[in-house]
Design a protein around this ligand. Structure first.
Ligand code: SF4
Length: 330
């Protein structure tokens, strides 16, 4: 069985004094060994909440998985104890975050941080853990002799490589990467992404890449899920999303990134801000910002329209006419 992650109808709420936010509102994800799914959207779309829920790290309160299920490598996470999760985190799934500095301990050498991650999960001698830590460091392109150095002696890109070494030290089946290269400059970003892609293939892992950047998606993802206000509004293969864009929000994301072929082309950011999460529109959550909005969009929630086995969208434009063409793409 190649299925590593299966999320079914997942609903996650944050219950605060100001009201209830449906951070994740009924999403479905399937991810197989060796594949990378890009989870794309603006801040507040529910991407990080989704990733944290896979490690059962949603702070409760105020967060709560209200319904749905998450099956990770055949394990139903709705039924696991915190003790089981301690084993699952790192061994079955591990996560890397945007800012490598907060994830590393400044007063422990990088070598010790990697070998510590190994010792927590595997009953090996210190010597073996150190040997493996050195191998991991070399695998991410850092000379083994630098084991005894501290995080401040490394550049941002190197620190992120150390984090990747820690995350992969117990050969997890799933790597969750939350904007792993956003804090890095562009050249380093490309190197780190290439490294992640190579290691994914080497370890035959599945990867969930959380990003707001379609350029990152193009470099590493096989499939793409576009998230908006807690829903996946469009999902497809990389080709479906890039060559056959259907959702006005996806189109807006493409229009708001620089066009490499046409440098003079004007950037067109998506107008407005994401709706107040405490007070989402009754119909389509995107209706206040959508250039194609119709009357029905304000009051009726769009349902899924399928274009193929891999590609679907939630938008009223295609309900009656599947051939509708978006015309605001450059
Ligand atoms: Fe725009 Fe309506 Fe489609 Fe929502 S359902 S994206 S408002 S056209």
């Amino acid at each position: 069985n190649d299925k590593v992650l299966e999320i079914n109808d997942l609903v996650i709420q944050y219950i605060t004094d100001d009201g209830i936010v449906e951070a994740v509102n009924g999403i479905n994800i399937n991810l197989e060994k060796g594949k990378t799914l890009g989870l794309v959207g603006e801040t507040g779309a529910g991407k990080t909440t989704t990733a944290l829920s896979i490690l059962k790290l949603i702070p409760n309160p105020p967060g709560k998985v209200v319904s749905g299920s998450i099956i990770l490598d055949g394990i139903n996470l709705m039924e696991t104890s915190e003790k089981d999760m301690e084993k699952i985190r790192g061994e079955v799934a591990s996560m890397i975050f945007q800012d490598p500095m907060t994830a590393l301990n400044p007063v422990i050498t990088v070598g010790d941080q990697i070998s510590e991650a190994i010792s927590i999960h595997q009953s090996v001698s210190n010597e073996e853990a150190n040997k493996k830590a050195k191998e991991m460091l070399e695998l991410v392109g850092i000379p083994g002799e630098r084991m005894g150095e501290y995080p401040h002696q490394f550049s941002g890109g190197m620190k992120q490589r150390v984090i990747i070494a820690i995350a992969l030290s117990c050969s997890p089946k799933l790597l969750l990467a939350d904007e792993p290269t956003t804090a890095l400059d562009v050249t380093i970003q490309a190197q780190v992404l290439k490294l992640m892609k190579d290691l994914k293939l080497k370890f035959k892992m599945a990867m969930l890449m959380i990003t707001h950047d379609l350029g990152v998606v193009a470099k590493v993802c096989d499939d793409v899920a576009i998230m908006y206000a807690g829903r996946i509004v469009e999902q497809g293969t990389l080709v479906d999303i890039f060559n056959n864009t259907k959702h006005p929000y996806t189109e807006g994301l493409f229009n708001s990134i620089p066009n490499i072929d046409d440098r003079k082309a004007e950037l067109k950011p998506i107008r407005g801000l994401m709706s107040d999460p405490y007070n989402l529109p009754k119909g389509c959550s995107f209706c206040d910002r959508c250039d194609y909005a119709m009357d029905m969009c304000k009051t009726i929630k769009p349902v899924k329209v399928k274009f193929s086995d891999t590609h679907f969208v939630e938008c009223h434009l295609y309900k009656e006419n599947k051939d509708f063409k978006l015309d605001k793409l450059k």
